[in-house]
Design a protein around this ligand. Sequence first.
Ligand code: IMP
Ligand code: MG
Length: 179
Amino acid sequence: MEFIQVKDKTFKISVSSEEIQNAVGVVANQINDELKGENPIFLGVLNGCFMFMSDLMKQINIPCEVSFIKFSSYSGTETTGKVKQLIGLNENIEGRSVVIVEDIVDTGITMKNLIETLQEKKPKQIKVATFLQKPNALKCDVTLDYVAMKIPNEFIVGYGLDYDGFGRNLNEIYTIIKE
Ligand code: IMP
Ligand code: MG
């Protein structure tokens, strides 16, 4: 399907599932090489990360733990700038190598806040793996260690990303059509 409707908006396919899987494989190989012997804990940021986290972890072959946190700051198609609290971190990450797994880094506000919150818990190191990055939108000084794909600064849905809660289940990435 080339065009899809999500609620009141029309989207056009922009990244196929094959391209997605190839990009995820590249990031998995990098992590397998660079974090060998670190026994990292992967922290997926819900809800958006669930598809990327699942595909990524199937290709991670080093000893590791997998967990999820929630930390949302988005509503509709605009970043609110408001950051909500982190919930669900039950593991002790002191002295650990942590890999944050995100669907997308847009302005970077969410990621910057998350890194600062996790730093207080004294991990050995924090790495960031994001499926997508919108490079032209970055407003914060954050280091993204692993980026599967860079995309233009346009609103997208699919592969975990939503428009007002819908579209997360799509197996490809779709870009909004401007009216
Ligand atoms: P940031 O704080 O501006 O970097 O926003 C990051 C969060 O905004 C991501 O975790 C997504 O949940 C959401 N987001 C950013 N861009 C998009 C998009 O194009 N579609 C859907 N969600 C997005
Ligand atoms: Mg997210």
